[in-house]
Design a binder for this molecule. Structure first.
Ligand code: ARG
Length: 581
């Protein structure tokens, strides 16, 4: 684990400095033969704490100094001039080992957290850089099902992560509100649909029609032709087609927004696929001008064989455009409108090929910014009783899952802590948070199976466990009559469990930066679980409230730092931190 010291700047505000860097600086004064950057790279973390926090191996120096490594290490450890932040230097075999000054560490961390409060963990490194995060993007007239939780939760978390570092983030919902499936739906609705039924229960009714279309079309392939014709009509602005489409869209959006409200997720733009329908001809024209289009069986394609990719289908035989064409138009529109530094697409791994084609075509058109488009992909969610499929109509609605999580959580709270207060509100924050946390704690590419028991448990590596730890810190703070302050005796926080807690907290910003660099939320969930576990150990090892007021004051400061850091961390995941549960 990396650690940092806090060095006072002139104005009395503090800035962080790596302990590792301080070690390198100290070494550099004695070793003139190697530059400081290289020294820093050579520094290791010893396998256990008794050996110190950092170690410098002298094996490579043997050649330079023509001496045995352990002799060099011995001499170095004697002559080295240690800088503030390091408390001790020891020689162990061919290594020089460094111990960092824990009271410096505690002081730095606690001052910073108590001063920065909700800002702790944040920075401005992304200032002036615009990042687009496209996520969720469900399909109109189709269920918003449990499978969508991944893109929705991961996308929202990425938005929060980038935002926390000062990036200018735009959240885009690329609604699937266009395409041949609308032809199918129009055909099905005209054949079997009833307006009242759809109005009463939009998505389930539309889904029924969609499923019926596929069942019937298996024996009556002419239905597929009719569907294609209706989509072409829609693209050409046919009044009846547009009216039906608009109605499907409005009804569906209402339902999606209910779910976004539950999750407390907002978007800056709902420009979906249909938004690009009038922006496609220009793309097709440019492709033509750049000599990239070829004809293949009546369709227009971009040949990508050279790149080991299937041809990119741009215009179909019947003249209608495709998903990929709309994505091309969207990419150009976004570059022009937002001039992005990065454009992120949070979309399942099944669409990997699609995004490879998209990026390749833009690159072939001569735009170097194709490299700034990133497909942040993820594996599948399965349910304990089988996988998901829209076609067969065997789907689990996300809204139902969230409601069930809230209900089940309510039962748990009523049993565990009936005096908690506004139980409905708490159950909402914990139940929905549990589903979100479960989702974000998996590494993206891993397929996983959704389990109620694992998700909602107060124990184990779950959202409720972290939220419970936060509520515990609040309970301690309520009980004590000491106000948290950084004006404490830091020598009182030198026990192992306090130091462990402070070490973790100190690392928060680095963990966020690491999560951003990989677009992986599980670094944050891991951090919160580690912090919760370390705090619970501290809580069991120590009496926080007691006779010794100096000690209580010191420990209260630490507890408040834990509370604040967990709260900030949960916020990055899109989760609430209830004070009681
Ligand atoms: N609506 C699509 C689906 O549900 C996801 C859209 C992904 N984004 C994109 N720009 N292609 O599969």
């Amino acid at each position: 684990m990396m650690r940092a010291a806090f060095v006072k700047a002139n104005k009395g505000d503090e800035y962080m400095k790596d302990f590792k860097q301080i070690v390198a600086e100290s070494l550099s004064k004695s070793i003139k033969e190697i530059d400081q950057k290289e020294i820093e790279q050579m520094i290791e973390v010893p396998p256990n704490k008794d050996m110190g926090d950092y170690a410098f191996p002298c094996f490579k120096l043997a050649k330079v100094f023509r001496k045995a490594p352990n002799l060099i290490a011995e001499e170095l450890s004697k002559e080295i001039d240690i800088l503030p932040g390091i408390s001790e230097v020891k020689n162990l075999g061919g290594y020089v080992n460094f111990f960092i000054d824990n009271s410096e560490l505690s002081k730095g961390v606690i001052k910073k957290v108590l001063e920065e409060k909700d800002y702790y963990g944040r920075s401005e490194i992304g200032k002036g850089k615009r990042v687009l995060v496209e996520f969720s993007s469900p399909n109109i007239a189709k269920p918003f099902h449990i499978g969508h939780i991944r893109t929705t939760a991961i996308g929202n978390c990425l938005y929060k992560l980038y935002d926390s570092q000062g990036y200018d983030v735009v959240r885009i919902n690329h609604l699937g509100d266009y395409g041949t499936q609308f032809g199918k739906l129009i055909v099905a609705f005209k054949l079997w649909g009833k307006k009242e039924e759809v109005e009463a229960n939009p998505i389930p009714e539309l889904l029924k029609l969609y499923v019926k279309f596929h069942d019937v079309a298996e024996d009556k392939p002419e239905l597929e032709d009719q569907a294609r014709e209706w989509f072409v009509k829609l693209e050409n602005g046919d009044e009846e087609a547009v009216e039906l489409w608009q109605w499907f869209r409005d009804e569906s959006l209402k339902e999606f927004e209910r779910v976004y409200d539950m999750l407390d997720i907002q978007f800056d733009s709902y420009a979906g696929e249909s938004f690009y329908s009038d922006k496609m001809p220009a793309v097709v024209e440019e492709l033509e001008k750049k000599d990239l289009l070829t004809e293949s069986k009546g369709a227009m394609i971009v040949d990508l064989e050279k790149f080991n990719l299937p041809p990119a289908l741009i215009v179909k035989t019947d003249g209608s455009t495709l998903y990929l064409t709309r994505d091309l138009a969207a990419a150009f529109y976004r570059k022009k409108t937002y001039d992005f530094y990065k454009s992120i697409y949070v979309v399942g791994a099944q669409q990997e090929l699609h995004f490879q084609q998209l990026l390749k075509v833009i690159e072939l058109m001569g735009y170097e910014w194709a490299k700034d488009m990133i497909h942040v992909q993820f594996g599948m969610v399965a349910l304990e009783d089988g996988t998901l499929s829209t076609r067969r109509g065997r789907v689990v609605f996300l809204e139902d899952v969230l409601n069930k999580a809230v209900e089940k959580t309510k039962e748990i709270i009523e049993e565990k802590n009936p005096e908690a207060g506004d139980i409905d509100e708490i159950a909402k924050e914990v139940g929905i948070g549990a589903v979100v946390f479960q989702e974000l704690s998996n590494s993206r590419m891993k397929d996983y199976t959704f389990s109620w028991e694992k998700t909602l448990s107060y124990e184990g590596e779950t959202g409720p466990y972290v939220q419970y730890t936060h509520a515990r810190t609040c309970a301690v703070l309520r009980k004590s009559d000491i106000e948290p302050t950084a004006d404490i005796n830091y020598e009182l926080l030198q026990d192992e469990s306090s130091i462990e807690v402070l070490n973790i907290i100190e690392n928060f910003n680095k963990v966020i930066l690491n999560a951003i660099s990989k677009n992986e939320s599980h670094h944050i969930t891991r951090f919160l679980l580690d912090l919760s576990q370390a705090f619970n150990k501290f809580y069991h090892n120590n009496h926080i409230i007691g006779e010794d007021k100096e000690l209580e004051k010191a420990r209260i400061a630490l507890v408040d730092c834990v509370r604040q850091t967990i709260k900030n961390g949960l916020a990055l995941l899109g989760m609430k931190a209830p004070n009681r549960m």
